[in-house]
Design a protein around this ligand. Structure first.
Ligand code: G3P
Ligand code: CA
Length: 288
């Protein structure tokens, strides 16, 4: 219902199938070959959940820090409020990353879809991470687009689908189309686990690159019709052959990991981008 693969979870699982190939777990190969920095010039450094390792996830403050420490883009999770507004938060509920239980004690289970934007705007979305972020709020999609428009960061927007947020894709498309001046010609991309949603979004905003998440079920025949890239799960088990296989279909390859050793291996395979909660560490890996 509500798809997610946190980085840690992605590292803990075993083999995966893609294109009928059993992707056996790889024994850790010898240290990957050193390649010139220029080889990675195109490799994108993407701050996962806007840079969850150094600031409260999915906040403007996190993205500002991530962009200042080498991230090319901030990845945000998009959800819909009770009054059909678009906000940036990962979990289906507000409990883990805001003080919603304190402000609204009798509204359990505190789902994002059960609160209006005005109510969500009252929440502290930073103190749970550190008191110095107590002024952080749950951002809106509009705020992230305005940040993009000012050239402060690139964006990768993951749309989180749920039966409680009907019509979210139409609202995302409408918000993008009415804010074209903020993103045209800048780094904006969309991602989701939901293929039907991505097909619809590609039709609505064909000039925005699309990444398909979780494509480990072997069904890749028509992906290139609507997606530009795959975000492959199980980063620690990926092999050069698997990356080559996806690229042979004309798709770019992204993966998510915080581990420098896995990042170096992925770079040696020629992945097009890596998502991490600590972009400064990936910047140093890219710099060698
Ligand atoms: O992009 C990979 C990742 O964002 C999907 O999983 O749970 O972190 O949103 P999650
Ligand atoms: Ca995400």
């Amino acid at each position: 219902m509500y798809r997610s693969f946190g980085i840690a979870a992605a590292l803990l699982t075993g083999t995966a199938l893609l294109g009928g190939t059993a992707w056996a777990s790889v024994a850790s190969p010898a240290k990957p070959p050193r390649l010139p920095r220029s080889h990675f010039a195109h490799t994108e450094n993407i701050a996962h959940r806007a840079g969850s390792g150094v600031a409260p996830e999915n906040t403007i403050a996190a993205c500002a820090r991530a962009s200042a420490s080498g991230a090319d883009r901030c990845e945000f999770d998009v959800q819909q409020t009770k009054d059909q507004q678009l906000v940036l938060i990962h979990d289906e509920t507000l409990a883990r990353t805001t003080n919603v239980e304190e402000l609204f004690p009798d509204r359990s289970p505190w789902r994002v879809s059960d609160f209006t934007l005005a109510e969500i705007r009252r929440l502290d979305a930073g103190s749970w991470f550190s008191p110095r972020f107590r002024n952080e709020r749950v951002p809106t999609l509009q705020q992230a687009l305005e940040m993009l428009g000012k050239g402060r960061a690139g964006l990768l927007l993951e749309i989180k689908h749920s039966p409680r947020s009907p019509g979210i894709d139409n609202r995302v498309a409408a918000e993008l189309l009415s804010n074209r001046d903020l993103w045209e010609g800048r780094r904006l991309a969309l991602q989701s686990f939901d293929r039907q949603a991505l097909r619809k979004l590609h039709r609505a905003v064909p000039d925005v690159p699309i990444l398909l998440l979780g494509a480990d079920d072997g069904q890749l025949s028509d992906v290139a019709d609507y997606a530009d890239a795959l975000v492959l799960p199980h980063a620690a088990q990926l092999t050069a052959g698997q990356v080559r296989e996806v690229k042979s279909r004309g798709l770019r390859v992204y993966a998510a990991t915080d581990r420098p050793r896995v990042q170096r291996r992925l770079l040696s395979f020629g992945v097009d981008g890596i998502m991490t909660g600590v972009p400064a560490r990936l910047r140093d890996v890219l710099r060698y």
